[in-house]
Ligand binder design. Structure first.
Ligand code: HEC
Length: 260
């Protein structure tokens, strides 16, 4: 016990000295400026294909979220062990939901989509132990968690960034960057039926990119966590967002490198 108290006393002394120091404290734990974490953009699309590719990817991810959402009752049933919701099962449904999307896909887009399917399946397989726990309803597996993990796996393999910046993000991975923050503000200020994707050619670090952002809106079943009353804890302990069905909760954000 003694050494811990001594350490605490030393810490308090140190804190006292720091506060008294005339030199302005360095702000630590903030994002480094310029550049961005995924600096090797492995997949690049021609400028003319960028918009369609980003839109197709956004549609695909939304379709994947909807499949998980459709199974949420089964996935949160505490009486079930094995839910039969494996990667292969998921991928099959995901592919069939996207048949229309694939009809006019270019060879380049088809190759990127194979990597997307692979990433989505990996994440479902990786969550089997969690999903198949018996006796617990909410196992922290949600469309948003699948998308976060899938996006990270997909980005690591391709350099194409898929993320879902949040209005009040729960996972720190979903922190919006400057453009995402202003797009969130745009959609929040706009009418409830304003869903037209906002897009831009810009630069990320040294890389020319195309960015696509569209709103993710809440539905009735989302409100048990993202709804009212604001500030009251949801079933996972997060404070509810105080929003209504139709309100913007986050963005579907796709950033894809363009080859010049
Ligand atoms: C059981 C509570 C719960 C429900 C119901 C729920 N969410 Fe969430 N939501 C969360 C949690 C927890 C996270 C963080 C997930 C993660 O990344 O691990 C999250 C994250 C998100 C994010 C990413 C931004 C952020 O906050 O990190 C979006 C977008 C989102 N949810 C939308 C929805 C939508 C749309 C629905 C309904 C289809 C929904 N959520 C239903 C708890 C919930």
């Amino acid at each position: 016990m003694m050494p811990r108290i001594a350490a605490l006393a030393a810490l308090m002394l140190f804190a006292g000295q720091a506060a008294a120091s005339p030199v302005a404290a360095e702000t630590v734990g903030v994002r480094a400026k310029g550049g961005q974490p995924e600096y090797l953009f492995l997949e690049k699309v021609p400028r003319a294909e960028a918009e369609a590719t980003a839109r197709k990817l956004a549609n695909a991810v939304i379709a994947g979220r909807m499949i998980i959402f459709a199974y949420s009752k089964k996935l949160t049933d505490p009486t079930l062990g094995d839910k039969g919701f494996g990667g292969e099962f998921f991928e099959k449904q995901w592919r069939s939901a996207l048949e229309g999307e694939m009809l006019d896909a270019t060879p380049n887009q088809k190759r990127i989509f194979e990597k997307l399917f692979w990433a989505g399946r990996q994440v479902i397989d990786n969550n089997q132990d969690r999903l198949n726990v018996k006796g617990i309803a909410w196992k922290h597996f949600l469309p948003a968690k699948w998308e976060r993990e899938m996006g990270q796996v997909f980005t690591a393999r391709t350099g194409i960034i898929i993320k879902q910046p949040g209005r009040n993000y729960r996972s720190p991975v979903n922190v919006p960057d400057d453009m995402e923050r202003s797009m969130l503000q745009h959609f929040i200020a706009a009418k409830q039926d304003e869903n037209k994707p906002q897009t831009a050619f810009t630069v990320m670090g040294k890389q020319p990119v195309f960015r696509h952002m569209e709103p993710i809106r809440l539905m009735q079943p989302c409100l048990s966590c993202h709804g009212k009353p604001k500030g009251e804890p949801d079933m996972l302990g997060f404070e509810k967002d105080g929003l209504e069905a139709g309100d913007v909760i986050g963005l579907m954000s796709v950033t894809i490198a363009v080859s010049e």
